[in-house]
Structure formats: C-alpha cells, structure tokens
Design a protein around this ligand. Structure first.
Ligand code: ADP
Length: 304
C-alpha cells in the first residue's frame, strides 16, 4: 500500500530525511517512533503530498506522490497534530463540508456521516457545535472526518499529543476498532513508546535516518535478557565497578539511573547486591522496552 524508496529531504545543507526505504502492507498499522526532530513529520508530510521530497520515490495505493498528487489525495485521510475543525460549526456541518470537498456522492453523505460518527462514539453530538467539545471529542471527530471518503490509508501525525492519558487510551481503542472494521492501512508518527507498541511494525527514526524496522516484540527480543535499573550514592563510581567486576551485557547511565542489561536477572541480582561496594539506593528489574531498543542503537533515551 505504501512503497518508499531512498527518500530524502534537505533544507539547504541540512538533511531532515536521509535515504529512507520501507514498505507498508495493506491493513497494517505502521508506526514511526523517534524523538522530536527525528524527521517523522517531514516524512508524513511527504507521504501525504504536502511536501516535495528532494530525492527518492513514494508510491501510495499505486500512485506516485509527486506525479499523481490528486489520486494520492483521494486515497488518503490525514489527522493533523493541530485541531483543524471549524469550531463554530456543528459536527455534522464539519463532516458535510468535508464530504463536499472530497466529492462523496450526495446520496451517500448522510449514511456515511452516521457510520463514521458511530465508530468514534459521537452519534449523540451530531448537532452540537465543536467549540463545546472536549479535546478528546475533537480528536475523535477529526478521526471520523479523516474516514469519510473511504481512504485506503490514514495518516496520523502524533494522534494523541496534548490529550490526557485516559483520553489517549480511548483514542487508541477507536483506532484499533477502525483497523478491525475497515481494514484501513494506518501510518502514524509518535514519540510515545506505548503508542508505538500498538503498531504491527515500528520504524525507529533518529536524526533523519531509519535505524531499524520490525514488530515491537521482535525489536525488544533482539535485546534479550532483563534490564536492571539502579540508583546509587555515586553512579559514576558504581558504573565503573559494574563494568569491571560483573558479567553485564551492557551498562549505561541514563539521567540519574544506571541501566544494566543482563542475560538473567534472577541469577545476577543476589550476588550483585552482596558484592557491589558503592551503596545502592534503589533497584528495579524489568523487561526491555522500545526505549531500550532506541538506547541500544543511539546511546540516548527517546525523551532526550
Ligand atoms: P519530528 O516530526 O520527528 O519531530 P521534523 O520532521 O519536524 O521532526 O523535523 C526534522 C528536522 O528537520 C528538524 O531538525 C527540524 O528542525 C528540521 N526542519 C523541519 N522543517 C524545516 C524547514 N522548513 N526548514 C529547515 N529545517 C526544517
């Protein structure tokens, strides 16, 4: 459904996207995960025809994004980071306007509006003005609007940024429901690790480059073992001690914590606690996350 080959975008001598190559299958949720400035929005803007690439090619639903812009635009829906609804209009008026812009046949408009409002649970708000909606309701209405013209691909740029955790979880419920119901291909960008986890596959991006692509599970399994997070009275001294005295796969200081990757935490921890000379103030054992994957490739945490 999406085929990206050697995609690049430069602003004067700065390369925001460097030689990206990937494909997205029909019905897949494909996540782009990376810190701010990684090049995620630039990529989504090129894929959705809003920005011209400086190199490479992008084919969406069989159409080239630079040569057949209108065909691509008919094939996609976009949910932007910012609210782009008309606040003075009702939900129905916003959706009607979109139907007209996208030439949804007049006879199909009402049924389609009812259908998309039901997906996002806004049927009862059909005739309310958008300015009375909460942040979560507005985002849901934007998702509904993005679906009106039966797009093959839905682009979601940081779909839950600025929403509270509960509303974010709800938005995700709707997105998953949508995948099940309409078999839409979804391309989303995020800097939230838990959102990336929902994707079927994740591309991790940093400084304009895709550093790895796989299922969240496979990415984490690549790391193997467990992560032990430690706080100590003197992290620099403890790190040196860990690296010289213990059998760890990797150890790094992340902010005020030491992250140790070990093959088996059960076998490791009891001797470790007895033998570490630097006083320990905290110890936590967990499985690797996508942040650890990012850390292992770049030496930095995503929130940096
Ligand atoms: P992300 O969405 O991952 O936060 P962006 O794609 O917005 O990252 O930006 C990638 C890089 O490109 C950033 O360093 C940003 O400053 C730079 N950039 C984006 N747009 C422009 C522009 N119009 N001119 C110059 N640099 C830009």
């Amino acid at each position: 459904m999406i085929e990206v080959k050697n995609l690049s975008k430069s602003y004067k001598d700065f390369q925001a996207v460097k030689d990206s190559t990937f494909t997205v299958d029909k019905g897949e949720i494909f996540g782009f995960l990376g810190p701010n400035g990684a090049g995620k929005s630039t990529t989504i803007n090129i894929l959705s025809t809003m920005l011209k690439p400086t190199g490479g090619s992008v084919i969406i639903n069989g159409y080239d994004v630079t040569k057949h812009k209108n065909k691509v635009r008919e094939s996609i829906g976009i949910i932007f980071q910012e609210n782009t609804l008309d606040e003075k209009l009702t939900a129905k008026e916003n959706l009607m306007l979109h139907c007209k812009l996208y030439r949804v046949p007049r006879s199909k408009r009402k049924a389609r509006i009812d259908e998309v409002l039901e997906i996002v649970d806004l049927t009862d708000s059909l005739n309310s003005t958008v300015e009375k909606f909460s942040g979560g309701m507005k985002r849901r209405l934007e998702i509904a609007r993005g679906l009106l013209h039966y797009p093959k691909v839905l682009f979601l740029d940081e779909p839950s940024v600025g929403l509270d955790p509960q509303t974010r979880a709800h938005i995700w419920d709707y997105i998953l429901k949508l995948k099940e119901k309409e078999n839409i291909t979804m391309f989303l960008t995020t800097h939230y690790l838990d959102e990336a986890e929902i994707s079927d596959r994740v591309a991790i991006m940093d400084r304009g480059e895709i550093i790895t692509i796989d299922t969240p599970k496979a990415l984490k399994q690549q790391l193997g073992g467990d992560i032990i997070e430690l706080t100590t009275a003197d992290n620099a001294r403890a790190l040196e001690e860990i690296q010289t005295k213990f059998d760890v796969v990797d150890a790094t200081i992340v902010e005020d914590t030491i992250h140790c990757k070990v093959e088996n935490s059960d076998a490791f921890v009891s001797d470790f606690i007895k033998q570490l000379e630097t006083p320990l103030t905290g110890l936590d054992i967990r499985k690797p996350t996508l942040n650890d994957v990012f850390l292992s490739f770049t030496g930095r945490a995503i929130r940096d």
